[in-house]
Design a protein around this ligand. Structure first.
Ligand code: G16
Length: 544
């Protein structure tokens, strides 16, 4: 088969964000756009000749087209084998499982995660290394640098491969194996969790679950694992059929976008447990009957109850959370006598800690939770972890959370997002706030006094790499925190995220709504950052 070397010129702005390159579908459809980025990945990772690549995506619009192109480029660039999920489908955690299990050189995952899909939606691509985790900042910076000087890419001309049937095909010297997208993942879940106990919980008839797949990739995984293997109540997976445009929805599992599930769970006859996942299946939202579990609390509760769960009963090596995530898990770590690490936002920062056996569990406020079983966050894994705990403790979700707060205190927490705002205004807000930092320490606002104000930097304890400018932190003497960050995953304008946290040890105040409890902090945020003025908005677009 003829290898073509196609001349090309750089595109501006092929800079990977928090998690890979995410742009509108139309941007990706420009001739050479995808090819330039893929060649830049290959030129960065270099030593792959003859080795195996894993390839798949969340099934959004343009997934199959991109897969055909990448296969032909992999053949032209000298990979030995590509493992592709059937129909081009692989959830992000399943891709991580497969990279690790088959000791692949790396993988390419096609997803824009929780961003909307379809012809007018977003598309995305990211590279995962041989450990199954997102490429390090060093690699993504090199990829970006390559995109700025690219002059050619290599591709073969060949007919498209049939992605719909399991089997092995040749593309020149490249072997393409179409594999079941679910088997390896389901097998690992059975190894980690007590499926018999969870099955018994469902069998009792006294426990019902509702899982919202949001018309995204986890529909097929949830049906196999929850319905077939665990025999959960019938029709418990809603929005189960993966669609190229996610049914026109926004596949982001939070209280705003997972409205179908929220309606079911905040109802008189609600099931006992509710959960949702995002576009590529790595995020999770956990709900009880009329009860929302914040992702930060969820991480802390998994850590505190890990000893009850088959795959984790040997104990935790340590835990980690991203900086804006609440300190709830820190309290559990202190109780257990294990290390707790604070990393910047982005799952890639957990990779070194996991590889060095420093941590077992990690998580983020952005609905991401995971463990050392893979190197990605894992939506269904978190759901199964909760189910395993519920099967052992036989209490409601709300009781488990309230008992946790009673023991450790409650880290009252919320995130306010201002989406799609003018980028210049967003940057100006950050700049103006940063300028005030030297004068902030000691400043008082009624009951609150500022203890520190800084721009978070992270020195990786394993490879000593330094990541600067990872979010503005304002800490108060009572342990409360206000954090300001601009999202690195949006594709239009800017998204301002404001993270609010306070600590409440008094059980008699634990029933308070988080928005009510955090109101004083929100007022301080407005005074310091003039949010309404810079965003032009009276209130956030999303509150979680
Ligand atoms: C990605 C990253 C996460 C991060 C999240 C939000 O998740 O993998 O680590 O917390 O984005 O990032 P930001 O606040 O910059 O938008 P996903 O699920 O989109 O891949």
């Amino acid at each position: 088969m003829q290898i073509q070397t196609v001349k090309t010129t750089p595109f501006i702005g092929q800079k990977p964000g928090t998690s890979g390159l995410r742009k509108s579908v139309q941007t990706f459809q420009q001739p050479h756009y995808l090819e330039n980025f893929v060649q830049s990945i290959f030129d960065t990772v270099q030593t792959y000749q003859g080795s195996t690549l894993v390839l798949g995506g969340d099934g959004r619009y343009y997934n199959s087209n991109a897969i055909q192109t990448i296969l032909k480029m992999a053949a032209a660039n000298g990979f030995g084998k590509v493992l592709v999920g059937r129909n081009g489908i692989l959830s992000t955690p399943a891709a991580s499982v497969i990279i690790r299990k088959y000791k692949a050189f790396g993988g390419i995952i096609l997803s824009a995660s929780h961003n909307p899909g379809g012809k007018d939606g977003d598309f995305g691509i990211k590279y995962n290394s041989g450990n199954g985790g997102p490429a390090s900042e060093k690699l993504t910076e090199q990829m970006y640098s390559n995109t700025k000087s690219i002059e050619w890419y290599k591709i073969i001309s060949a007919p498209d491969i049939d992605l719909n049937n399991i089997g092995t095909f040749q593309l020149g010297d490249l072997t393409v194996e179409i594999i079941d997208s679910i088997n390896d993942y389901a097998e690992l879940m059975q190894h980690l969790f007590d499926f018999e106990k969870i099955k018994a919980l469902f069998k009792s008839g006294e426990f019902r679950i509702c899982y919202d797949a949001m018309h995204a990739v986890t529909g097929v995984y949830a049906q196999r694992i929850l319905e077939e293997l665990l025999q959960a109540n019938h029709n418990m997976v809603i929005n189960s059929i993966p669609l190229e445009d996610f049914g026109g929805g926004h596949p982001d599992p939070n209280l705003t976008y997972a409205h179908d599930l929220v309606e079911i769970m905040f109802h008189l006859n609600a099931p006992d447990f509710g959960a949702a996942s995002d576009g590529d299946g790595d995020r999770n939202m956990i709900l009880g009957k009329n009860f929302f579990v914040t992702p930060s609390d969820s991480l802390a509760i998994l850590a505190a109850n890990a000893h009850l769960v088959k795959g984790y009963k040997m104990g935790l090596k340590g835990v980690a959370r991203s900086m804006p995530t609440s300190g709830a898990v820190d309290r559990v770590a202190e109780f257990l006598g294990i290390d707790c690490f604070e990393t910047p936002t982005g799952w890639k920062f957990f990779g070194n800690l996991l590889d060095a056996n420093k941590i077992t569990l990690c998580g983020e406020e952005s609905f991401g939770t995971g463990s050392d079983h893979i190197r990605e966050k894992d939506g269904l894994w978190a759901v199964l972890f909760w189910l395993n705990i519920l099967a052992v403790r036989k209490q409601s979700v709300e009781t488990i959370v309230r008992e946790h707060w009673a023991k450790f205190g409650r880290n009252v927490y919320s995130r306010h997002d201002y989406e799609n705002i003018n980028s210049e205004n967003a940057n100006q807000l950050v700049e103006e706030l940063r300028k005030q930092f030297p004068q902030l320490v000691g400043k008082k606002f009624e009951n609150y006094e500022i203890a520190f104000a800084d721009d978070f930097s992270y020195l990786d304890p394993i490879d000593q790499s330094l990541s600067k400018n990872q979010g503005l932190r304002i800490g108060f003497t009572d342990g409360s925190r206000l954090i300001f960050r601009l999202s690195g995953t949006g594709t239009a304008g800017a998204t301002l995220r404001i993270y609010l946290e306070s600590f409440e040890p008094d059980v008699s105040k634990h029933h308070l709504d988080a928005q009510v409890a955090l109101k004083p902090l929100l007022e301080i945020a407005e005074q310091l950052a003039h949010i309404k003025y810079f965003t032009g908005m009276e209130k956030p677009t999303v509150i979680t």
